[in-house]
Design a protein around this ligand. Structure first.
Ligand code: KIV
Ligand code: ZN
Length: 393
């Protein structure tokens, strides 16, 4: 995979869809107030676009999108709409008071969706693309058009749809991997193919919207960026339909940490990533898996003796991100059966103890025996163990 020379600048826009695609996760519904709280935090985080909901879906969604549009200070606020004028008008009305209102209209372009879901032929879909985008463009300046199921769409047809959407006034063209089917190489080639074949493609920003059914959403989004896409659609903690969407925190930190291979910038204040993850987990009730990259409880924890020893000598031995860079206060060296003398001594000194050699060896032996019986050894356990050692001495 090589970087294409699509002439794009290096700023990648972050389009957050936690409140729309994220809320589509079964069981993740948020209240009106919770949505406002998430929207405020997303705005402070520095996302470029907040997709606040699907206004025609319900009165509640319409009201939440309208209120978010009114209060958000920096980001564009976007409402989703199918290709029909009723959907588009409702989305336009909901985002009307935003500083930067955006309508996101979409239609399926793959054979399987056109036949079984839409019951429409290619010409009817093309007509709908032109009409929906022009109609939306009469309402707002920022119009995003998506080819739903783009990765399973026939290339010639996709090119025709994208060309028509741009001609009709779309300012962003989104290429979703709706069912999370693509591989990174394939997704790179799809975006590169569009840059090579679609006239005037530089008039729009090309976006990725990757689902995680095969666990490839982040890899595919980054492949899209390398091929010239300059908007990534993602959600906090990667929540979303089925296996979810690309995780915002992973995209942002991958671009930051591997700037050497992916020389792109986002406007995200990474120090708020941990806070955003916790908020979204709390309001949706979706726990974050312990080993989740960037924001998982164990992302900056080290338990094995070899790793703890390395970390105490130099954090770069086992950490590629400083925890404080993503808003986590400190690395934790978890004491357990795999911990070594070095980590144990370090913990004792943090707790204010300094033991003579023999007492230390005895305490260490008893700590190992305890650790064999317990999953984690807490500070209180160590204090009890050492106090006992001091009394016995
Ligand atoms: O996954 C998808 O295709 C979508 C579209 C509505 C953009 O969420
Ligand atoms: Zn989606």
């Amino acid at each position: 995979m090589t970087t294409n020379n699509a002439g794009q600048n290096n700023r990648v826009r972050i389009f957050d869809t936690t409140l729309r695609d994220g809320e589509q996760s079964p069981g993740a519904a948020m209240t009106f107030e919770e949505k406002l709280e998430v929207a405020d935090l997303l705005d402070n985080l520095g996302v470029d676009v907040i997709e606040a909901g699907f206004p025609i879906a319900s009165v509640g969604d319409f009201e939440a999108v309208s209120e978010i549009a009114r209060r958000v200070k920096n980001a564009s606020v976007c409402g989703l709409a199918r290709a029909g004028f009723k959907d588009i008008d409702r989305a336009g009305e909901a985002v009307r008071n935003a500083k930067r209102p955006r309508i996101h209209t979409f239609i399926s372009t793959s054979p399987v969706h056109m036949k079984h879901k839409l019951n429409m032929g290619a010409n009817a879909v093309l007509d709908a693309v032109g009409a929906s985008v022009s109609h939306a463009r009469n309402l707002v300046e920022e119009v995003q058009w998506s080819a739903e199921d783009a990765t399973r769409t026939e290339h010639d047809f996709l090119c025709r749809c994208v060309e028509l959407a741009i001609r009709s006034g779309a300012t962003t063209i989104n290429i979703p991997d709706t069912v999370g089917y693509a591989t990174p190489q394939e997704f790179f080639e799809l975006i590169a193919m569009l840059f090579n074949r679609v006239p005037n493609i530089d008039k729009a920003v090309i976006a990725t919207h990757c689902h995680n059914d095969l666990g490839l959403a982040v890899a595919n989004s980054l492949a899209g960026v390398l091929a010239g896409a300059r908007q990534v659609e993602c959600t906090i903690n990667g929540i979303g339909e089925r296996a979810g969407n690309a995780a915002l925190e992973e995209i942002v930190m991958a671009l930051r940490v591997r700037r050497d291979r992916m020389p792109f910038e986002t406007g995200i204040d990474a120090k708020l990533l941990s806070k955003a993850s916790k908020l979204v987990s709390n309001v949706t009730g979706f726990p974050v898996q312990y080993n989740k990259a960037i924001v998982g409880k164990n992302a900056f924890s080290h338990e094995s003796g070899i790793h703890q020893d390395g970390m105490l000598k130099n954090v770069e031995t086992y950490e590629i991100i400083r925890p404080e860079d993503v808003g986590v206060s400190a690395t934790s060296l978890i004491l357990g059966k795999l911990s070594g003398r070095h980590a144990f001594k370090d913990k004792l000194s943090q707790l204010g103890y300094e033991l003579a050699d023999a007492a230390f060896e005895d305490a260490f032996r008893r700590f190992k025996a305890l650790a064999d019986k317990k999953k984690s050894v807490f500070d209180d356990d160590i204090v009890a163990l050492v106090d006992d050692e001091i009394i016995r001495a």
